[in-house]
Design a protein around this ligand. Structure first.
Ligand SMILES: NC(=O)C1=CN([C@@H]2O[C@H](COP(=O)(O)OP(=O)(O)OC[C@H]3O[C@@H](n4cnc5c(N)ncnc54)[C@H](OP(=O)(O)O)[C@@H]3O)[C@@H](O)[C@H]2O)C=CC1
Ligand SMILES: CCCCCCCCCCCCCCCC(=O)[C@@H](N)CO
Length: 359
């Protein structure tokens, strides 16, 4: 055998017997091809899961809590897009002032702002009758924004027992009643959008929010169940999770906020109501189930998506890919929150001991 023949037979032998060395690469290629095909298939069926388009121009939008803060900004944003607005809140003076502000955002001279003074949490009959009045004047409700709400920040033992009940009534039942009052007509018309304004504190339980957080978590349960019932009727539900936002309600909350709650909340920046309102209105019009603000809002929503409905393939894929990473980041946040609580406790004890010594 010549040296050439020898070398060629060695090469033949190697390729004949070592083809399996390529197997892992071939398998990887096949898996990658399957993933690509799967994702493409998902995108092909995506029109089936994405909501039908909805237009604010000419629509009747009811905003509870529309006389102040985030609610007022939401009303203004909808007005800028041509909607007719009903503002709902208790205080009539604040309602009239807000109406004037909203009217400044008009884009045509047919637009109308209606004010209704009612407590959304006390009696369903009353809420139903004012919604009826609004529908008689401005037509059936196309979009309902449940933004009326209040907050309490305080340590569990410092919060009066009746405030636990009160906050559930305002933040939870105050969203159930208006929703119940509009839903039958929305179902008949096979269209509608409903926004629930929760909070980042409706995604995580934090020091000082033992009364407030549950009332905001409750909205998520309501929204998920309601969305499953309403999807066949082309009614889409959105849960909005605002971070700390510069409003009269926030200023009020800060008066009693424990140091721990303040320090933990300072992890995220304070936002402006106009900025959050824009995002919430856009997501609600699009029919997205989730609406969050800023990078930490995005991370929190991906992290806490659980079994919530998905409204776009991209959103679903992002959740799948990012969840583990965000949980890792979240563990660091939790450590830092725990350390804030520990440091505040030590500081309190030291001050107490020093005070005792003085006495
Ligand atoms: N600002 C923030 O940092 C954050 C706020 N949120 C949530 O966003 C929503 C709006 O907050 P914000 O703008 O700060 O609040 P504001 O206190 O500035 O405004 C609250 C609005 O709700 C109305 N309202 C309150 N209670 C009732 C009631 N029982 N019946 C009818 N209307 C009521 C108020 O009017 P009136 O008192 O005249 O009835 C007012 O129009 C709330 O649900 C809040 O929990 C969530 C996260 C962060
Ligand atoms: C990957 C994980 C990221 C975690 C980010 C955590 C950020 C925590 C900030 C919490 C702020 C709480 C806002 C409550 C606002 C509120 O509802 C009241 N102001 C109402 O008046």
């Amino acid at each position: 055998m010549s040296s050439e023949e020898l070398s060629s037979s060695i090469t033949d032998w190697f390729f004949f017997n070592s083809w399996w060395l390529l197997l892992p690469f071939v398998m990887l290629l096949v898996i990658a091809a399957f993933i690509v095909a799967f994702v493409l298939l998902l995108y092909m069926i995506s029109p089936l899961i994405s909501p039908k388009p909805f237009k604010l121009n000419g629509a009747h939008v009811v905003v509870t809590g529309g006389s102040s803060g985030i609610g007022k900004s939401i009303a203004m944003e909808c007005y800028r897009q041509g909607a007719f607005i009903t503002l709902v809140a208790r205080d009539e003076t604040k309602l009239v002032l807000a109406k004037k502000e909203v009217e400044k955002c008009a884009i045509n001279d047919k637009q109308v702002v209606l004010c209704i003074s009612v407590d959304v949490s006390s009696d369903y009959g009353q809420v139903e009758s004012v919604i009826k009045q609004a529908q008689e004047k401005l037509g059936p409700v196309d979009m309902l924004v449940n933004c009326a709400g209040t907050s309490i920040a305080g340590k569990f033992e410092d919060v009066d027992m009746d405030r636990f009940k009160k906050i559930m009534e305002v933040n939870f039942l105050g969203s159930v009643y208006p929703t119940r009052a509009v839903i039958t007509t929305m179902k008949e018309r096979r269209m509608g959008r409903i926004m629930f304004v929760s909070s980042q504190a409706g995604q995580i339980g934090l020091f000082g929010y033992t009364a407030y957080s549950p009332s905001k978590f409750a909205l998520r349960g309501l929204a998920e169940s309601l969305q499953m019932e309403m999807k066949p009727y082309n009614i889409y539900v959105t849960v909005a999770y605002p971070p700390d936002t510069d409003t009269p309600g926030f200023a009020e909350e800060n008066k009693t906020k424990p140091l721990e709650t303040r320090l933990i909340s300072e992890t995220a920046a304070v936002c402006q109501p106009d900025q959050v309102a824009k995002i919430f209105v856009k997501d609600t019009v699009q029919g997205n189930f989730n609406s969050s603000v800023g990078p930490d809002g995005y991370m929190l929503s991906a992290l806490t998506c659980g079994m919530s409905p998905v409204t776009s393939i991209t959103e679903g894929l992002q959740q799948i890919v990012t969840m583990g990473l965000f949980r890792t980041i979240a563990l660091f946040y939790l450590c830092s929150f725990d350390s804030i609580v520990r440091r505040c406790m030590i500081q309190r004890e030291q001050t107490k001991a020093a005070d005792n010594k003085k006495e």
